[in-house]
Design a protein around this ligand. Structure first.
Ligand code: AGP
Length: 606
């Protein structure tokens, strides 16, 4: 979704912001822009398209000034266009704003402002914010003008919905930031060295400190690893001296944290795409996740009357794996919920433990479900990849999956790390230990299937309908495999528990339709899979068999021979060839796997 960057300091703001925006590209967007303040004036450059295209047209780095804000927009209100791109300005052109989220009551405020004579240029909800701040500036205490922060404070108090804002004002050496529901982090930059021998030389004009703000940590990693995380209801002023936090009008201190991620970890390091880099990183990330301590969460779970496990998209598929494992290994029942359905459908109260799974820890649907559960007395275990994320901060126990930054929009290594941690958790609840000897070697064997998956993707390059089937633990793997293919190859892919085929979808299996059958021999149901595969073959379906059983492999037009693996560890291995299939199918069709159309890494609007 939208990405925000803010900078104030001794460097030229525009090139600094430009670099940070590029590091935020993975969030998904359709237009981009930067505004800087210099000599008492604000200058804005923005347009529709990717940052590189906007830069080619407008030279985004060529803006004077040491304070500025930047934005990548994922359109909600108003089509992607130059007029709707951020930053947006007020009537005077002395205020500029960037926004992530949705102001739900913007129409009512807009009508009010129109009556007062404000002129709107865009179709966005955001524009009301900048005009309202302009209006508030006119009405301070007594006859005085309000201060910049006062005007922003008063404006955000009017908004319903989720937002993160960064606001710039001509002639003010500061940025004002506000957050409610959409992420915003504050980055502490490098002070100039007194000797002038440090990373930046001292000069009379630009000496001092530097401060950053951004939608998430990876955007700023090339400048800082020291962060403070804004909470809902926070307003922050950053200037060259540092950051001043207030919460609902009162000054507050927020903890400064050092993150272990480095800028290098968020680079391609010789790979053509982040997606394939991250698929390959599973050789290290899976074993690392299998070593994560889950003790506190397991204790909470043992004491819980009801267990709910919630997530969206890929994270939801990890929840389904967990539900199955918990039942089989620990004999405990867990309800698995798509987070956006939770509030309306789930019965939650004291005694319920909610396991919230989200790689970003910022997904709005998951956050709102957790808020609902907490309000009803539930306890929350968060499973996230991002240190300091909103979900992690508001939970009773927090498990970091430790996958390192995932830049590709589609989740790959974070899925397997989630599943690894959840497998450990299910075993811990059951009081069992995990046997992982030789597992790294198996991951390596499966990653070495890349040329084979590339070949299969090539032979299927003109095919646009796929079926994925599996039973037991392989059913959510089938769903995740189909999701990967949809997300980056833009083809139609359906996933079913194999037993469901006969109840309807079998009517769609006709000559040449590929059926990807996930059938580890360790699964109790693999004999039944054989029957399901035969049913598809009898109707002309072309089988891609993923198995370690020679009988099952024999049935495949494409045979993907897997190493033998215990049932509980099978999802971790079987998803890898499906990720590779999606990656190569995407390349075969000429798409960019790292930035799939219409999708965003972190979904921060409902
Ligand atoms: C996965 O490839 C997708 N990008 C998407 O389904 C994602 O898993 C979902 O939006 C949830 O994100 P989260 O894990 O950050 O909460």
């Amino acid at each position: 979704m939208c990405g925000i960057v803010g900078y104030i300091g001794y460097r030229k703001a525009a090139p600094t912001i430009f670099g940070c925006l590029k590091a935020l590209e993975y969030r998904g967007y359709d237009s981009a822009g930067i505004a800087t303040s210099h000599d008492g004036r604000i200058t804005v450059k923005r347009d529709v398209g990717k940052i590189a295209e906007v830069h080619k047209k407008h030279d985004l780095e060529d803006l004077e000034g040491h304070a500025g804000i930047g934005h990548t927009r994922w359109a909600t209100h108003g089509a992607p266009s130059q007029l709707n791109a951020h930053p947006l300005c007020d009537c005077t052109g002395r205020l500029a704003i960037v926004h992530n989220g949705v102001i739900e009551n913007y129409m009512e405020i807009k009508h009010e402002l129109l009556r007062k004579g404000h002129k709107f240029k865009s179709e966005t909800d955001t524009e009301v914010a900048v005009h309202l701040i302009e209006e508030n500036l006119k009405h301070g205490a007594g006859r005085k003008q309000a201060s910049f922060e006062e005007a922003v404070r008063k404006a955000v108090a009017r908004f319903r919905g989720n937002y993160a804002f960064a606001v710039l004002k001509a002639g003010e050496d500061k940025l004002v930031l506000a957050r409610n529901g959409s992420p915003l982090v504050i980055g502490f930059g490098n002070p100039l060295s007194a000797s002038g021998k440090g990373p930046h030389s001292r000069s009379a004009e630009n000496e001092g400190n530097e401060m950053f703000a951004a939608s998430d940590v990876p955007a700023l990693l090339s400048h800082t690893r020291d962060f403070a995380f804004m909470e809902d209801g926070d307003l922050v002023v950053i200037d060259r001296r540092g950051a001043r936090f207030e919460h609902e009008g009162r000054p507050i201190k927020r903890k400064r944290m050092h993150v272990s991620w480095t800028a290098k970890m968020a680079q391609k390091e010789g790979y053509p795409h982040f997606t394939i880099k991250e698929i390959n990183e599973q050789i290290l990330s899976i074993p690392a996740a299998l070593r994560v301590d889950v003790g506190k969460a397991a204790k909470l779970m043992r004491g819980a009357r009801h267990i709910h496990v919630i997530g969206c998209g890929t994270s939801y598929h990890a929840c389904l794996v967990f539900r199955h494992l918990l039942a089989r290994l620990a004999g405990r029942e867990a309800e698995a919920w798509v987070a956006s359905e939770y509030k309306e459908g789930a019965v939650v109260g004291p005694g319920t433990l909610v396991v919230a799974v989200s790689q970003s820890g910022e997904t709005i649907d998951t956050m709102l479900a957790v808020k609902h559960a907490r309000a009803h007395g539930a306890k929350v275990v968060a499973i996230t990849n991002v240190v300091g994320s909103s979900l992690a901060r508001g939970s009773d126990a927090n498990i970091y999956i430790g996958a390192g930054p995932e830049v590709g929009v589609v989740a790959t290594k974070t899925f397997t790390s989630q599943v690894a941690v959840l497998t450990k958790l299910a075993l811990a609840v059951a009081g069992k230990k995990l046997a992982i000897n030789g597992f790294s070697k198996k991951i390596k064997t499966v990653l070495a299937l890349a040329p084979k998956m590339k070949e299969i993707a090539h032979s299927l390059r003109t095919t646009n309908d796929y079926f994925f089937i599996g039973r037991g633990l392989a059913a959510p793997v089938a769903m995740e495999g189909a999701l990967k293919l949809k997300e980056i190859a833009y083809v139609h892919a359906e996933a079913y528990p194999a037993g469901e085929l006969k109840h309807g979808p079998l009517s769609l299996i006709a000559d040449g339709v590929p059926v990807i059958a996930i059938a580890p021999a360790s699964g109790e149901t693999h004999h039944k899979m054989l029957g399901n595969i035969k049913e598809c073959k009898a109707r002309g379906g072309k089988i891609m068999a993923l198995s370690d059983s020679p009988h099952l492999l024999e049935e495949g037009k494409w045979k993907v021979a897997m190493p033998p693996v215990s049932e509980e560890l099978s999802p971790l291995l079987y998803i890898i060839p499906l990720q590779l299939l999606a990656y190569y199918s995407c390349l075969e069709r000429g798409h960019d796997p790292d930035k799939p159309r219409n999708l965003a890494k972190s979904v921060t609007v409902e």
